[in-house]
Design a binder for this molecule. Sequence first.
Ligand SMILES: Cc1cc2nc3c(=O)[nH]c(=O)nc-3n(C[C@H](O)[C@H](O)[C@H](O)COP(=O)(O)OP(=O)(O)OC[C@H]3O[C@@H](n4cnc5c(N)ncnc54)[C@H](O)[C@@H]3O)c2cc1C
Ligand code: SF4
Length: 513
Amino acid sequence: MNHLVVLGDQLTDQVGPLRALLDGTTAFAEPILVLEITSVRHEARHVQAVVLQIAALRAFAADLQERGFRTEVVQASTLGEALTAAQAQHKPIGITLMDPSQPQDLEVIQAWSAANGVPVEVVDNQLWLTSVAEWEAFKVGRKELRMEYWYRRVRSARGWLMEEHAGKSEPIGGTWNLDKENRKRLAPGTNVPAPLYGSVTPLVQSVIGEVLADRTRLFGDATALIWPTTRREALAALNAFCDERLANFGPYEDAMSKEHEHLFHSLLSPALNLGLLTPNEVCERALETYAARPSVIPLSSIEGFIRQILGWREFMRHAYREYWREWQTDNGLDAHEDLPELYWSGDTKMACMSRIVTTLQRTGHAHHIERLMVLGNFALLFGVQPQQVDSWFLEAFVDALPWVVTPNVVAMSQFADLGRITSKPYICGGAYISRMGDDCTSCFYKPTESVGETACPFTTMYWEFIDRHSERFAKNPRMATQVRSWAGRPENTRKEILVRAADVRSRAKAGEL
Ligand SMILES: Cc1cc2nc3c(=O)[nH]c(=O)nc-3n(C[C@H](O)[C@H](O)[C@H](O)COP(=O)(O)OP(=O)(O)OC[C@H]3O[C@@H](n4cnc5c(N)ncnc54)[C@H](O)[C@@H]3O)c2cc1C
Ligand code: SF4
């Protein structure tokens, strides 16, 4: 009989080989081997990402053991070494595991198997909602891979939020994507129910101590860890989200707020990325809530939420398998600046950046618009080398894993691949940030100004970016208007903005922005 090997982001007994074992439809040699890779403690990562990974994995193994399944945590520096340690101790005749999220890990496992003569059975990873076969079928005949078409296809295949209309299956409400309705600014006094956080159990506390004692390059603070480390806690957080916050998820999806940092977001990404929740059950729970309370949950909220998970999350996972090699070096916009120090310190007069980096240090989390339109946007406008931006996002977030960071950063946010999966760069000046949030009200800079001491660095750098890339983007139908608008400005104005942009650059490098 094979031994069952569980990787650190596959902490599930809901699907896959462990489900089959619990159901009695398959059997494995004892013990179940849960691999804890220790090198992560010495990488540039958020301290809470490391604590969460270790604590969740050990809690998962302890729970299996308590339920009568002999389980062992195998610690080693790397994946290959963990397999070798397991082999030395248990002499498996073969191992079974779920397909890793990282294709690179599969290569390591296959190379280890060949070198050590231990057969490996890789089974489908049902922690994903969609299969590789679905992706391959989607790709056929397409010149461009775009989330929207993927989403329509996989949503339609599942019949989610679909209705019969004149004998045809159509999206409820007649529209696939209600993104346009999801751009409300949070009015002062809006009631935002607090999310249900995870607890700092004695196990979590002891892991925090262990990780901090061993810390070399970890970013952030561990004192205020709020993330679920067990399935029970993650399920409670999912239920609380659906009952209390899903209704307003859609309208305020793009809003930013100093007072309510999490707004109506689910905060489920860390639990999803560890396997504590399956994306299928998250979507089904949200769909059930919508079905039970259609007058309370607007279509824009449930549609937006399903699109994030079935659409974006699954799309990014498949796109990573497709392009991860290219994204290691893509730099289509020829960006070579270093990331300014303020990304680590939060030490800047830019109120939005300072607030978000400080929140990141404390929680390891920022929501999507903060990641894309503030943190990513500024790096893009500044012309930071895209792989440096990728490394920083991998370092600064509690939910960061390469399969999700790299497509979101290198492709979506930095447009370094010139459009493998998106059609234009996501850029904005201070006006957008001011429209969607309240940071500008207390900022040293003014979002409407592009020249002078108090000009918002986003606004100035936005126009400098358009200037730098005007030739390339004049041909892009989604960017040509901005290029024309820049070209139509008086030469003097353009010169002044470029002078201020040079000033912004040198101040950022000197830590004086
Ligand atoms: C530059 C950049 C970096 C990002 N880095 C990460 C990361 O390290 N880890 C991570 O899980 N997500 C990342 N995302 C995607 C997204 O921002 C986060 O998943 C989301 O903010 C997590 O918070 P939440 O659980 O409250 O999400 P919600 O707003 O409640 O959304 C629900 C779920 O949808 C999924 N989702 C939404 N958008 C995306 C997306 N673009 N890609 C993948 N999944 C998505 C997540 O699982 C999320 O939990 C990044 C996005 C950008 C633009
Ligand atoms: S003025 Fe500019 S830097 Fe300041 S908070 Fe607004 S967008 Fe951010």
